[in-house]
Design a binder for this molecule. Structure first.
Ligand code: SAH
Ligand code: SF4
Ligand code: F3S
Length: 484
């Protein structure tokens, strides 16, 4: 497999190949030489820390960076006092950006203590020209800056940093390329994300993602299936299909494929027991998808269906392209076809022009749907998006009051919902030993709820049937069936 490619077989004295991914393996082999040099001088392997600051797609990108670093000889560490630190940034809300500048200050202190340390920044925030300008001027100690479109070139860029010992900045505005078969270091042995598409074409008026991730591009179904088969052969039992709008998957491929059909194919992969996906845009959720979910044994009983607002007027301003009524009707169809489905959502409070009446509509949808959980966000103004220049930005105190009210409502409903499963027998995929109590292990149900059961590290990655004995609001205590 490509994770085990022997870099020593590559002739680094010849010129680099032009085709991908061979070109990147060539530069990995070059970096490997540098690592050997480091090992000789220091009597140890260099350590790398990759900090993921964003969504599941960012997390998957971090695994790709770690795969390359591992192959060239870096040891992974959680500590930022490392020989190489990469911040994989997010810029979806303003506070994500501010955090990066704050943390860079600390990194500079570490770098002064360890002058051979290298610092890299990548991810969505780097696609914003004003960010890169600021970094260029005021954060000169950063060695490498790259973006979301050229992440596959990480080995080549890092080789350039090592060779020149100079600062390298390379940001692309967009790309058509999807490079397959680069190494990946998974965080979990038993579950994995799979990118099925990149970018977004929706341009919701508040959202920066289409500007920093580019236009929508789907991977070919055969590449996705190949990856799923490889993962299954490697012990993965749960996959999470990733895209900003998975329901529009495949529409722009030379031979169009629907997301529902892709799911049918993944369902056939032996060894994969659970299939999840995110994110689903309500406007593109087809009846075909509902039917496939209802008939499936493997697709999890959970759908994340971002609402954003319950007011049809605000939804129009947000360019979401559905109404309050359409959203509610969709939920009804989903529940009719899949009665045990858990629904979760994202809601933004304080979008420009949001009135008390609009907010009441949001509360109304929240109550009518009864979400199993909801991520609530305070609207954050993103420069360059249409909403940023809208008049009627809502005052902070009003947003805060609405936000608190919404959060209370969401939490109360979620607690009531959770109680309903108490006493049932369900299957848990065990993920880790419980941090607070080492006699327990923690896992998730098909509907994504968290369950603690007695067990030890040998349970990790196993699917265990349990009785849900007690509900503690947002999680359960369970007992494996057949145990006393
Ligand atoms: N593609 C996904 C969402 C990706 S961003 C979708 O369409 O649902 C994740 C969430 O961040 C969004 O659902 C939205 O609720 C929130 N978000 C995006 N931009 C935001 C902004 N400017 N302010 C506050 N929250 C925002
Ligand atoms: Fe942003 Fe909308 Fe695309 Fe989601 S669908 S990433 S919210 S523009
Ligand atoms: Fe953030 Fe980029 Fe994801 S902006 S939410 S990391 S796509």
């Amino acid at each position: 497999m490509y994770n085990e490619i022997d870099l020593d077989q590559i002739d680094i004295h010849a010129g680099p190949p032009t085709e991908e991914p061979a070109r990147q393996y060539y530069f990995m082999a070059k970096c490997r030489e540098w690592v050997r040099d480091f090992e000789q001088k220091n009597g140890r392997s260099p350590k790398a820390c990759v900090v993921n600051m964003g969504c599941q797609m960012n997390a998957r990108d971090s695994e790709k960076l770690l795969g390359i670093l591992r192959l060239i000889g870096y040891q992974q560490t959680e500590s930022e006092k490392a020989d190489f630190v990469i911040y994989n940034t997010c810029t979806v809300r303003e506070n994500a950006n501010n955090k990066v500048y704050g943390r860079l200050g600390y990194l500079n202190v570490y770098k002064k203590q360890n002058p051979q340390m290298k610092i890299a920044l990548c991810g969505c925030m780097m696609q914003e020209p004003q960010v890169v300008e600021k970094l260029k001027k005021s954060y000169r100690f950063v060695d490498l800056i790259f973006g979301t479109h050229n992440i596959y070139k990480f080995a080549e860029l890092f080789a350039a940093v090592l060779e020149t010992q100079d600062r390298i900045i390379d940001i692309w505005k967009d790309t058509e390329d999807i490079v397959e078969d680069l190494p990946i270091q998974r965080k979990y042995n038993f579950k994995s994300g799979i990118n099925i598409m990149f970018g977004c074409n929706n341009f919701c008026s508040y959202c920066i993602v289409p500007y920093v991730r580019g236009r929508e591009r789907s991977r070919r179904p055969e590449d996705i299936i190949r990856e799923a088969r490889r993962l299954a052969a490697d012990g993965v039992v749960e996959v999470m299909l990733l895209g900003q709008n998975v329901n529009s998957y495949g529409k722009n491929l030379p031979e169009p494929v629907s997301f529902a059909n892709l799911l049918r194919e993944i369902e056939k992969v032996e060894g994969i027991e659970r299939i999840r996906f995110m994110t689903s845009h309500p406007k593109d959720l087809s009846q075909e998808l509902i039917d496939v979910m209802a008939a499936s044994k493997k697709i999890c009983r959970h759908l994340h269906l971002p609402l954003q607002s319950g007011s049809t007027r605000i939804l129009r301003e947000m360019n979401r392209r559905y109404t309050k009524e359409e959203y509610l009707a969709l939920v009804e169809r989903l529940r009719a076809a899949i009665p045990d489905i858990a629904l979760t959502t994202d809601i933004i409070v304080g979008f420009p022009g949001e009135t008390e009446e609009d907010f009441t509509d949001t509360l109304d949808v929240v109550r009518k749907v009864g979400f199993d959980s909801a991520f609530t966000f305070i609207y954050s103004k993103r420069t360059g998006t249409p909403a940023a220049v809208m008049e009627n930005q809502v005052p902070e105190e009003i947003i805060k009051t609405r936000f608190d009210k919404l959060l209370r409502e969401v939490q109360q409903i979620a607690t009531e919902k959770a109680q309903k499963l108490t006493g049932q027998i369900q299957t848990v995929l065990v993920e880790e030993v419980n941090e607070q109590d080492p006699a327990l292990v923690t896992g998730r149900l098909s509907n994504n709820s968290v369950v603690h059961i007695p067990g030890d590290a040998s349970f990790i990655g196993r699917l265990v049937d349990v009785t849900l004995e007690e509900c503690k609001g947002f999680y359960y205590y369970g007992k494996p069936i057949g145990t006393a």
